[in-house]
Ligand binder design. Structure first.
Ligand code: MD6
Ligand code: FE
Length: 216
């Protein structure tokens, strides 16, 4: 069977192509199986609810976060760090579901990072207007390991500053997209523009982002 342009149509094309956004930044459009991932996020959030944490500067983040994995990323007046326990409950973070880990490892491998071994998954929840300022992810020990990012729900505009900073590129991220962020880009500054208002059939009025990291 052929499509309108005469090229073959494959009903079961396994997965989307990887697109190099920049050296070390790979976009896997439509990679994330939302129907599998969202229930796992809900289960994590039952055990460790989303909450807005305070930055070292004393501001409350507009983004609400939780974690799963053997460690979780936290922020408070003392700084940013990875912690084995949820500071709200004093309990260990929920374990990283095997299915999530496997998806993250697969995404990393598709972008050329074999052997990714995430021990932390930070889950961000954005309501309309929430944003993430330009930052570098530098609280991890091994910058040879990439970060794998899954986007679900409302769309976002990811801001990507190059190696020298300066004007950021804007990378649109849709429901189901994965980004692998590593190599030369691993320490580049990046952020998320304020989320536009909207409704998504699976998440409602929010965007969910999962970032898988090797922290320790
Ligand atoms: C977000 N992502 O998309 C925030 N960090 O909501 C990040 O801060 C991020 O997507 C490191 C690598 C990939 C990311
Ligand atoms: Fe980041």
């Amino acid at each position: 069977m052929t499509g309108a342009n005469g090229l073959p149509l494959f009903a079961d094309v396994p997965r989307p192509a990887a697109e190099a956004v920049a050296e070390g930044v790979t976009l896997l459009a439509g990679f994330v199986p939302a129907a599998d991932v969202l229930p796992l996020v809900a289960r994590v959030a039952d055990a460790a609810p989303f909450r807005r944490m305070t930055t070292p500067g004393g501001r409350r983040m507009s983004v609400a976060i939780t974690n799963c994995g053997s460690v979780g990323w936290v922020t408070d007046r003392d700084g940013y760090r990875y912690d084995r326990r949820d500071p709200e409950s004093g309990r260990p973070w929920p374990a990283m579901p095997d299915r999530l880990r496997a998806l993250a490892v697969d995404a990393a491998a598709r972008a050329g990072f074999d052997g990714f071994a995430p021990d932390a998954c930070l889950i961000n929840r954005y309501e309309p207007g929430a944003r993430l300022g330009l930052h570098r992810d530098e609280d991890e020990r091994d910058f040879a390991q990439p970060i794998v990012s899954f986007s679900l729900g409302l769309p976002a505009v990811f801001l990507l500053a190059g190696p020298k900073g300066g004007r950021s590129r804007q990378v649109p991220l849709s429901h189901g997209d994965a980004i692998v962020f590593g190599g030369p880009a691993r320490l580049w500054r990046h952020g998320v523009k304020p989320i536009a208002d909207g409704q998504h059939p699976l998440t409602g009025r929010c965007r969910i982002n999962l970032t898988f990291r090797r922290a320790l």
